[in-house]
Unconditional design. Structure first.
Lengths: 200, 200, 200
């Protein structure tokens, strides 16, 4: 087990928790919460792999990821009151999660031989589309249309990663820098209620 | 033509009818009703095959399934008043349909070499995701978040099928038992307004 | 560069404009508008290729299409006030776009060896599903359930193309006739507020 694999399991676990918690306002039953946790955790990576035609999908090939999701959903069931109060901590974990998955998705797309433009899009999709699919299924306006600088933070991190890579920065420091960049943009945007300009 | 194939055509036909009827409250035109009938009938199996990378999709390879859907939509157009009144009969057919497709989806996933956990998920997806995609497109809260013990019934049936198979029960009796289990759970849940506990 | 390829780039550009403009009532930020422009432009063709298992997807293999989308989104940002007023001109471009993509999608499906029924469905999907996915993500009732004779126009054009092809009409005149047919049906339906009969 490499460090990266452990981080992937942890990221999947946190995505499942945040997906299962997300339905709290809707009076969902246990199955609804488990389903949204599952979709949030596997949606972005699955969409990326389907668009790129890269089979088998990650979670279908590795049953440990399914158990990480089940653990995340179970944690939500058992500690729902505690988790629902930890909004600020959650923002941090959620930002770490989308940042980490954005870079992993970017790397996977590059390894499949696509151009830089497509790799950046695939990185962003990996980070945010699980939440988008969850919101679409539960009839909410998707997070990328609501939240301050959400997908844009992922695009920035992915662009930075490619740039630093081009200039010869090693993989590990590059990942750390770009994850920190995404998290910093997200936290600053939420803290100061920043948003992009609208069309009008 | 095997019995199973005839049942598949019949299941597709009934899924198309239930999908086309589902839009009745929305004042849809003929195309809208045909489209939702089509999506309901092919959505679950298509999602399963796309996730598993199993091509060609069943309905693309077998044009008879398209005609079963057209027949289902035409039936709805011609006998809309009658069908709209047969709510109770429909619940039975709908439950039979999702049960049958759950087991078929589970078997197909197993035949493609996935683990038991993935096969159960794929069986459930085959049964319920057509309706979920239909509800998402027509801006309704998907059936799995509303209805009493809907997807959970499919999960139970799929789990039971694997268990009985493990203990050596033959395919035909196993299918009958598990379809009966799914239908029984559904009908009891509707009859007694059972639902899973919520998170709170 | 063939004429067809230039038309594909132009069609992608106009689809991106119409997708980015579509969010105007929703007070979206720049990212939201770019995202909906992107989804509208690539959604229909991507769904067709995923359903047919035809990889790589067109826009992943050809980065010029991405730049056509970026140009369309940038045009919307710069000339939003002008474009928002050109409703009638837009209806024409939008109708030309869905008509052209319907025929291209139909031809691609045929070239992959599917039956005529499936090819007509794939043509229609190519024309209209980008808009449907956009509307689903932004929580609107999809265009095919609202607009006068929208997808039905595509089905008519696709059916006519196959019929004329069967009777030996050459590709270029056939395309022109069928695109004109789709546009004419759309414009007449909007002009005279035609719609298909409803179920009731």
């Amino acid at each position: 087990m490499t460090l990266q694999y452990i981080l992937e399991l942890a990221g999947t676990y946190f995505f499942a928790v945040s997906g299962a918690v997300a339905v709290q306002d809707k009076d969902q039953d246990w199955f609804g919460a488990a389903f949204t946790g599952f979709i949030t955790a596997i949606g972005g990576g699955s969409l990326r792999d389907i668009l790129l035609g890269s089979y088998p999908l990650v979670w279908i090939d590795d049953v440990l990821l399914i158990y990480a999701i089940i653990a995340g959903v179970a944690t939500t069931f058992l500690f729902f009151r505690v988790i629902a109060k930890l909004r600020r901590t959650f923002l941090l974990f959620d930002s770490l999660g989308i940042a980490f998955f954005t870079i992993l998705g970017l790397e996977k797309a590059l390894s499949l031989g696509v151009t830089a433009e497509i790799a950046v899009i695939m990185g962003m999709f990996t980070g945010v589309m699980g939440g988008v699919i969850r919101d679409t299924l539960t009839n909410e306006m998707p997070v990328i249309f609501r939240k301050e600088v959400y997908a844009t933070a992922c695009l920035s991190g992915a662009g930075m990663y490619l740039t630093l890579k081009y200039f010869g920065v090693e993989r590990s420091p590059n990942m750390l820098i770009c994850i920190a960049l995404v998290v910093a943009i997200r936290l600053l945007a939420v803290r100061f209620k920043l948003s992009l300009p609208t069309l009008k």
